[in-house]
Ligand binder design. Structure first.
Ligand code: SF4
Length: 486
């Protein structure tokens, strides 16, 4: 029996599996099968189904094609792999659609026609079993799933008792990927305080955490296989993870030459509740620079916070921003501040009005005026998923307020993001180890490995998939331009 895992990439609020990240699902599934498995990507499939198997050379006027950028080692022989496959497991599901520099996640409507005719058993798993979101859309993607023999939510929701073994057994899957990957490490599931009206996390998982020793063992296994970029990113709040300071410290004992150790989601309430600031200090001390705690603030309007039972009041979010700045603003060895907050803002929640816009601007402006730094403001329109109170009980303001969103977003970009970027990365800053990822005409776009790294455009065509130290020359709205140092 030959099993092949088709990775169409996943993006959820707590867990990223879009290249250069390697998500947990294909790894755990590979580990759960007591046999060697093939790992292929949606890019491999596109290369053959849409381009006949040949990679186009990028002419000087052209962009790198992100739809076929992330090939596995099986790309040259994909038709053979598919022909030998008895069971195709499709991992798919984007819940937080974004624009990715060098990857395009596969949607059901794209992938189904490409696999329909394959003569093998087909299983669909991943967040898609709860519905997936089309790019920029707010509705779940509807698709005819009849080509799948099986739609299996269990394959992507292994119990942590099983993950202990599967995570380690599945790590060798990385050998089937030729390019470096940021390994997304899971620490926990569920949310211990949140009842946010839009969120599927409490529906998907009860609160539980992995054992520290299991996490470390998984990291060590990847490390021994050559992985050097890690994010402890798959959880709803990093500060809630038990023994988190020991986890960070012991990571370095097991993996002494990591290039990157970052985190992701943090609940601002927990930052404030960490009274002696020892977790914040540990994150600054043990993680590599350019690290970000993404705060799910969603709104600074108290009325919206109340009506959607969001987790933090504006004052708390502000205090958490201040704390992280106090401990993490110092510039680290890769040129970026060591540890900064990021803020997620959601449009379309219950109770949203023009006052929401004013409150958001007021608090963001205050943060800027007080000399604080926010590394990233992520603005999205809320997605309505079945089972959430916003979907089932209604009250979303998407239709009513849509006409304002462009302006609301643009004002944040112009008035806050842009000056903030100048503060975070002033002209002349040297950003080390930026990975040349894609071309657009005569520009090469590069970024560091990490959690939400800044994109730097460099004039000319640098050799791709190599690392460069870049000196920052100019600021665009949300990205930078730079030149190779030396
Ligand atoms: S705090 Fe809210 S948005 Fe975050 S995981 Fe919990 S319920 Fe979801």
């Amino acid at each position: 029996m030959v099993t092949t895992i088709l990775d169409c990439y996943t993006d959820e609020p707590s867990g990223l599996g879009v290249p250069p990240y390697l998500g947990t699902y294909p790894r755990y599934i590979a580990g759960s099968l007591n046999e060697p498995v093939n790992y292929i990507t949606v890019d491999d499939l596109r290369l053959w189904k849409k381009h006949g198997g040949s990679i186009k050379t990028v002419k000087p006027s052209m962009k790198t094609d992100p739809s076929t950028y992330n090939l596995s080692i099986h790309a040259p022989e994909l038709p053979n792999i598919l022909q030998q496959t008895d069971h195709l497991i499709v991992v798919l599901g984007v819940h937080v659609p974004g624009k990715y520099l060098s990857a395009i996640p596969g949607t059901l409507n794209e992938v189904i026609p490409m696999i329909r005719d394959l003569h093998c058993k087909k299983t669909l798993t991943g967040p898609a079993v709860h519905g997936t979101q089309l790019f920029g859309g707010k509705k779940q993607e509807k698709a005819d799933l009849s080509c799948f023999n099986n739609v299996d939510p269990h394959l992507y929701k292994f119990k942590f008792d099983d993950v202990k073994e599967f995570a380690i057994a599945g790590a060798s899957l990385i050998k089937q990927i030729p390019d470096p990957r940021m390994i997304e490490i899971e620490t926990g599931r569920g949310c211990d305080i949140g009842k946010c009206s839009f969120c599927t996390e409490p529906l998907k998982s009860k609160v539980e955490f992995r054992e520290k020793g299991d996490i470390l063992q998984e990291m060590k296994t990847f490390y021994d296989l050559g992985a050097r970029f890690f994010r402890l990113g798959k959880q709803t709040c990093f500060y809630t993870v038990p023994n988190v300071k020991d986890l960070l410290r012991e990571s370095w004992q097991r993996c002494p030459d990591m290039n990157v150790l970052h985190i992701d989601n943090v609940n601002p309430v927990k930052v404030v509740l960490d009274k002696d600031r020892s977790i914040t200090e540990a994150v600054v001390k043990y993680c590599t620079s350019g690290n970000i705690a993404a705060f799910g603030v969603e709104s600074f309007d108290i009325e919206v916070v109340r009506q959607n039972t969001l987790n933090s009041m504006p004052q708390i979010a502000y205090e958490a921003v201040k704390i992280l700045n106090k401990y993490g603003a110092e510039r680290g060895s890769n040129g970026m501040p060591k540890f900064l907050p990021g803020i997620n803002i959601l449009f379309g929640l219950r109770g949203e009005s023009k006052k929401t816009y004013e409150e958001n601007m007021k608090w963001l402006q205050r943060i800027y005026d007080e000399g604080l730094m926010l590394r990233r403001i992520n603005i999205r329109q809320v997605a309505l998923f079945e089972g959430t109170s916003l979907h089932d009980e209604g009250g979303d303001m998407l239709h009513k307020n849509r006409k304002y969103y462009w302006k609301w977003r643009n004002d944040i970009r112009q008035q806050i993001d842009h000056p903030m970027l100048q503060r975070i990365c002033p002209t002349g800053t040297l950003l080390k180890d930026c990975y040349a990822e894609v071309y657009d005409g005569n520009t090469t776009f590069c970024r560091q490995f990490g959690t939400y790294p800044l994109i730097v455009g460099v004039k000319g065509r640098l050799e791709l998939k190599k690392f460069y130290d870049l000196s920052i020359t100019k600021h665009m709205l949300r990205s930078l331009t730079g030149e190779v140092n030396g």
